[in-house]
Write a protein that binds this ligand. Structure first.
Ligand SMILES: [Fe+2]
Length: 289
């Protein structure tokens, strides 16, 4: 293995990994090396460009903290997160589709009774959400854990709301025997992904917008069914076709029906106009179930 050239180095590198014990790791590494080398040849990567790439990845790692995951964000804006999801979670069109989990899910969230106000008293337009979880035959799924989390009217999650102490706009619910769960909150707003790191530089360099369309995150989990990690987008959001993390699916867009305070299904519950979002989630059985 001497005097390697641009024509022979790829096979030479792969040959050094022949002793890889795990066959799946061997498969992934060989493909990674082949594609990486092909990419370098394809664009004729210069030494300066290579150094810039190394610097970008270095700073991406340095930007990461327990509450900031710049590498996942990089994966998101390059479409890798949604590609992995698409390959891993092929579901019939009738079943509720996945979207990105995002960085704001928290394990330490309160569990609330049905119809609780989870807004934490934060200002915003009232939103009433009524959900139903069913199986592929339409039968109710009782006892499903439903996590909900979303941003406030300024696009901040509770951890980023100035002065906010403790959880807000996030909760865990359990579906009742009819598959129903409901909560009250405030309407989330569209918001920018973090632009102050290497990913932000990438977005600026490629003239891409940082703005995600508004959404409500949901995670539905119950043994026997595939876990659904998803989000719902209001149909009137201006950023639906420019989501920087590619998470929007037509089937996840829903109208937020707006009513006057004295009209509609929740009349009398607010003094101001409010929105109602209703959604049925269809679960697929897990492969083992
Ligand atoms: Fe989000």
């Amino acid at each position: 293995m001497r005097d390697l050239t641009s024509d022979t180095i790829t096979e030479a590198v792969i040959s050094t990994m022949r002793g890889t014990l795990d066959p799946r790791v061997a498969e992934i590494l060989e493909s990674l090396v082949r594609h990486l080398h092909a990419f370098v040849r394809d664009v004729h990567l210069t030494e300066e460009e290579w150094a810039r790439g190394v610097d970008l990845l270095t700073r991406t790692g340095q930007m990461c903290t327990p509450t900031r995951q710049e590498f996942i964000l990089l994966s998101d804006v390059l479409g890798v997160t949604m590609l992995v999801d698409a390959l891993s979670n092929r579901r019939p069109a009738k079943a509720t589709q996945n979207s990105v989990l995002g960085p704001f899910f928290r394990e330490d969230r309160p569990q609330y009774a049905d119809a609780t106000d989870i807004s934490g008293g934060l200002p915003g337009d009232p939103l009433f959400f009524e959900g139903r979880v069913v199986d592929r035959d339409g039968a109710p799924v009782a006892g499903a854990a439903v996590d909900v989390w979303h941003s406030d009217a300024d696009g901040h999650y509770d951890v980023d709301v100035p002065g906010q102490v403790g959880p807000a706009m996030r909760a865990l619910f359990r579906t009742d025997e009819t598959g129903h769960f409901a909560f009250r909150s405030i309407r989330p707003s569209s918001y920018p992904i973090p632009g102050d790191g290497p990913v932000g530089e990438l977005m600026t360099a490629t003239s891409r917008s940082l703005m995600r369309p508004a959404h409500v995150h949901l995670l539905i989990d119950i043994p026997g069914f595939q876990r659904v990690t998803t989000m719902l987008f209001p149909s009137d959001d201006p950023y639906l076709d420019a989501d920087p993390v590619f998470g929007v699916k037509e089937s996840l867009i829903e109208p937020f029906d707006v009513y006057a305070a004295d009209d509609g299904p929740c009349r009398g519950l607010t003094a101001v106009p409010y929105a109602v979002l209703r959604r049925t989630f269809v679960l697929e059985p897990s492969p083992a179930g």
